[in-house]
Write a protein that binds this ligand. Structure first.
Ligand code: FAD
Ligand code: SIN
Length: 557
């Protein structure tokens, strides 16, 4: 019989959210941090653009709040938005105190005022923001943060970090309190039992539900699915954000071309000789609307006055429309009109990566397509990051705090990870003394199941699920397509359930089970919203209906 492993706080996931909670709590409590795969990982590591904080000369808290609410399609919760925006500076100072190095400005135009605590930081611009507001470490902000925080975490004596562990399910006691979790140890292939006074889900989003995604493999919605099975309420899962500019290249892994490129002047073009130039680019300086040497016409001017810096949902839909209209496999992102030295200095990672593939950012327009990027919905939490299940917290992309509403503004999610990581850590520290550490918990029983003998079935089901989500629950939806998605997902769910109940758990099986669960919740949510708002665009309900200006909440079964 397996022994229960005890810890004060169990944190599942070591991205920006999990590390933020862990670093704050492990000073005074025994904390165990478990992570799928190795460190540093998660979507956090791949963040490029940066963190939005209103520290610019002319910027203000009020403006950052207003932009977030505007992009969020009236669904953002004002108290959450205020809390995140007001705490941005504190989080930035904390990160700098941890040792994260952010890019400094060479000029006054794009810098935070020199007299502020944060020095002379370079601020970049992204879609939806009225000001330069994005603090960054070149074009690899996530890597800079994750490497630094992970190194600090590894030095904390009361923080135990266990890699290659996959949370399978949460454990509740008879009173309905979350008291632990079953965790698959990938090395021993045993399922371990952890008990804790508080459990934090920091497992990230579910964008790998889609065929094309900017996210790493770990983004399989595990926390949302586990929380749902444990009785958490979920909200707004129809709002899946597609990033407009993912590199399109046969020899490339998933690779993002940051929105900051557009913030620094990159424009979107059709391939050369496709379409004709319509509209005017008067007053919008970057690039030209005419064909240049390698790329064709700009098209964003026909869709939105902010052109390439329109909110992300508008840009992704416009690219999708152009690709469908002209039968294209991709469009082009072009920053070649900026000085080569500027491009190399500001985007060294992207420049080097593209060059390896034979694409020179200083000369060539780069082929790009939209890809699933961010899960705006998730487990509903309060302002402490607490879910409706006592003892269970959700922080980061796994959560729905009310910050993003119907559409997340760029670079607001790392901010949310740190602000809510702090809030959850404080709340846990304040309340943990009232909780008794649970005793022995029921061991995992796999005596009735067999070794998984048809791994290929898992692969086929994954592909089928992702394709169905891409085709029927993508950037543009219709009621008919959603019905198709629901039908296919129901069949897959039955198959996966059947397989799961007969087989020993593996990482692939667990991820598939979770993705199918979350995909079902996403489609259910989308079917409830009979309008277009933010990221949810229905061509048979193209208008926004003021009567539906509310969250889509699904109650646990
Ligand atoms: P993650 O960083 O994804 O971490 C999740 C963790 O949970 C991982 O450690 C994972 O291994 C672990 N995990 C998952 N399931 C399990 C399980 N079952 N058991 C154990 N462990 C598990 N946002 C911004 O604000 N600014 C940006 O510039 C930006 N750029 C981005 C660029 C890219 C390419 C991507 C993909 C996203 C970007 N985002 C950006 C979004 C942002 O990075 C994420 O929303 C944020 O990092 C999520 O952090 P997290 O800690 O919630 O999750
Ligand atoms: C990017 O750098 O374009 C991603 C920013 C984000 O997703 O917030």
């Amino acid at each position: 019989m397996s022994e229960t492993l005890h810890t004060d706080v169990l944190i599942i996931g070591a991205g920006a959210a999990g590390l933020s909670v862990a670093l704050r709590l492990a000073e005074q409590h025994d904390v165990t941090l478990i992570v799928k795969g190795s460190l540093p990982g998660g979507a956090s590591y791949w963040a490029q653009g940066g963190i939005s904080v209103a520290v610019g000369e002319d910027d203000s808290i009020a403006s950052h709040i207003a932009d977030t609410m505007q992009v969020g399609g009236v669904l953002c919760h004002p108290d959450t938005v205020r809390m995140c925006v007001e705490n941005g500076r504190e989080q930035l100072e904390w990160l700098m105190a941890q040792g994260v190095k952010f890019t400094q400005s060479g000029s006054t135009e794009d810098a935070a005022p020199a007299d502020s605590n944060v020095g002379n930081l370079h601020l970049t611009r992204e879609g939806g923001h009225s000001f330069r507001r994005v603090v960054h470490s070149d074009d690899a902000t996530g890597a800079a943060i994750q490497k630094c925080l992970t190194a600090n975490a590894l030095k904390m004596p009361r923080l135990k970090i266990l890699g290659h562990r996959i949370a399978v399910d949460l454990i509740k006691d008879q009173q309905g309190r979350c008291v632990g979790a079953y965790i698959l140890n990938e090395s021993t292939r045993q399922v371990e039992v952890f008990a804790a006074k508080a459990i934090v889900l920091a497992t990230g989003g579910a964008s790998r539900a889609y065929l094309y995604s900017t996210n790493p493999d770990v983004a399989s919605g595990d926390g949302i699915a586990m929380g749902w099975r444990a009785g958490c309420r979920v909200a707004n899962l129809e709002f899946n954000q597609f990033h407009p500019t993912c590199l399109y290249h046969p020899n490339s892994r998933t690779f993002l071309l940051t929105e900051a490129l557009r913030g620094e002047g990159a424009v979107l073009r059709l391939p050369k000789n496709v379409g004709v130039t319509v509209g005017s680019n008067a007053g919008l300086n970057p690039g030209s609307s005419n064909d240049n040497a390698l790329g064709g016409s700009r098209f964003m001017l026909n869709y939105h006055p902010l052109a390439e810096l329109a909110p992300r949902d508008v840009v992704a839909r416009s690219i999708d429309a152009e690709m469908k209209k002209h039968g294209l496999e991709h469009v082009l992102l072009d920053i070649s009109h900026r000085e080569p030295e500027f491009i190399k200095a500001h985007f060294p990672t992207i420049y080097a990566y593209c060059l390896e593939l034979g694409l020179d950012l200083t000369k060539d327009p780069i082929p790009v397509v939209p890809a699933a990027h961010y899960t705006c919905g998730g487990l509903i939490t309060d302002l402490h990051g607490a879910t409706n299940v006592p003892g269970l917290y959700a922080v980061g992309e796994v959560a729905c705090t009310g910050l993003h509403g119907a559409n997340r503004m760029a670079s607001n999610s790392l901010l949310e990870c740190f602000v809510f990581g702090t809030a959850a850590a404080r709340h846990i520290a304040q309340t943990i003394h009232q909780v008794t550490l649970p005793g022995q918990l029921k061991p995992w029983d796999d005596s009735q199941v067999m070794e998984s003998d048809e791994a290929v079935v898992i692969l086929h089901n994954w592909e089928e699920l992702r394709r169905a989500m891409w085709n029927y629950m993508g950037i543009v939806r219709t009621s008919k397509r959603l019905e198709r998605a629901a039908h296919r997902i129901a069949l897959l769910k039955n198959e996966v359930h059947d397989y799961y109940s007969r087989s020993k758990v593996t990482r692939d099986l667990l991820e598939l089970r979770n993705l199918v669960q979350v995909a079902e919740l996403m489609v259910r949510s989308a079917q409830l919203r009979k309008e277009s708002r933010g990221l949810h665009f229905m061509s048979d309900y193209p208008d926004t209906d003021p009567a539906q200006a509310h969250d889509t909440v699904l109650e646990p079964e």
